[in-house]
Design a protein. Structure first.
Length: 160
């Protein structure tokens, strides 16, 4: 189990570091998206509005976009074309994975008030909530990998 956790940690750390490195570039596209993700609020209907605006990723002007709000005081919102919402949610999820896992575990604990930790851990290991967290995490990891791969930034170079 410890080996599996180390693999996942390394994978998340790689993409978080890569996203932060890409955010330092002053290009548009994914680098613009990566600049806003570390401080972005969750991309949900509670925090997101839909509007006609200029997309920071695609540079398409005055098209249907969703708003990505910053949780950092003084930062303005950014707008991304509505077709990119899935990609943005996945990048956000990888950047904020610990928050997602903590929230999932906290929600599970609300319904399992056993003072003994062992039964709670055993119940969580068999729960649908755990499986949903694992499935979503795997989906987000693959979606982020595919996003960067399709954009020709991260590649498997077998010619070396």
């Amino acid at each position: 189990m410890i080996k599996s956790v180390a693999v996942v940690d390394a994978y998340v750390a790689f993409f978080c570091d890569y996203i932060l490195q890409l955010s330092r570039r002053r290009y548009g596209g994914l680098s613009a998206l990566c600049r806003i993700m570390p401080n972005a609020l969750p991309i949900t209907s509670d925090y997101t509005s839909w509007t006609l605006n200029d997309c920071i990723v695609t540079a398409i002007e005055q098209r249907p976009c969703f708003e990505i709000m910053s949780g950092k005081h003084g930062e303005t919102s950014s707008f991304v074309h509505h077709a990119e919402i899935q990609c943005c949610q996945s990048v956000w999820a990888v950047m904020h994975l610990q928050q997602i896992l903590a929230c999932g575990v906290a929600c599970f604990k609300e319904h399992h008030n056993d003072p003994n930790l062992t039964p709670t851990i055993e119940a969580f290991a068999l729960s649908d909530e755990r499986q949903k967290l694992m499935d979503y995490s795997a989906y987000a990891f693959e979606d982020v990998r595919q996003t960067f791969f399709e954009d020709n930034i991260v590649q498997n170079n077998t010619n070396m």
